[in-house]
Design a protein around this ligand. Structure first.
Ligand code: HEM
Length: 212
């Protein structure tokens, strides 16, 4: 057999291997992505509920304790699912994603614009995760401002999922996107229009002592 014939049979074999490659990692990418979206959304929803509990001066200590415990726990779980989502993309031979593709919103090998939104969402999430990790070392006002990035990241992830995902047209995924976006939208509006808490008599005494 001549060398060109060997090379051509090799390339035919390689092409066949690629087209029938095991889609296992592609399923992992999608499962991790949907799990990350669910835990991220739950984190955002619990954060908004915690904020509403504060401005409405909710006294149920058990509910507040639960919100304070679950909110950071789900945030850490989201980090784990995002890592899975990205690692499976890197190791999946079906579409060649490089580390650079994950780090920079440039030259994507698949649905470029929606995937770039995922990269930008990742930047936003990194700002929120890192600032929360450093919360005790930075001013409260700075942490709070940086924490608002989570809304931009949530919006970017939602658009990224809808336009990059293979499951976007599935009825269960449409329900998930609509249900989650609706819940977040309603809670954001409730938080914006919730009347600011009136100062209590104790806080008025402290304020008047400070002004003397
Ligand atoms: C460097 C950043 C990212 C890259 C390169 C990336 C890449 C991708 C790709 C290629 C897909 C299409 C997979 C498919 O066919 O379904 C996808 C889908 C998706 N990604 Fe990302 N992603 C990134 C960040 C994120 C983050 C941070 C989240 C969530 C926290 C996320 C959530 C999703 C969701 C929900 C889908 C739709 C899954 C489906 O429809 O089954 N992605 N991403």
């Amino acid at each position: 057999m001549s060398i060109p014939a060997v090379l051509s049979s090799l390339s035919v074999t390689l092409a066949a291997t690629t087209s029938t490659a095991n889609p296992f990692l592609w399923y992992v990418t999608r499962a991790a992505a949907v799990s990350a979206y669910v835990t991220l959304s739950a984190t955002v929803i619990l954060g908004l509920l915690r904020s509403l509990a504060r401005v409405s001066r909710l006294r149920n200590t058990r509910a507040i304790w639960l919100l304070d415990e679950l909110h950071p726990y789900l945030a850490v779980l989201t980090v784990a699912f995002v890592v899975f989502h990205l690692l499976s993309l890197i190791f999946d031979p079906l579409i060649p994603f490089s580390l650079l593709n994950l780090a920079l919103p440039l030259d994507q090998p698949y649905r470029p614009l929606p995937v770039d939104l995922g990269v930008l969402a990742l930047y936003g999430l990194l700002v929120v995760w890192l600032s929360s990790w450093m919360k005790r070392r930075i001013a409260y006002a700075s942490w709070r401002t940086l924490h608002y990035t989570s809304f931009i990241a949530f919006l970017l992830v939602t658009l990224h999922g809808i336009f990059a995902g293979s499951d976007s047209a599935e009825p269960w995924m449409i329900l998930l996107y609509l249900g989650i976006s609706g819940a977040v939208g309603i809670l954001v509006l409730a938080r914006i229009f919730w009347p600011a808490p009136q100062p209590t008599s104790a806080s008025r005494v402290v304020a008047s002592r400070r002004s003397r």
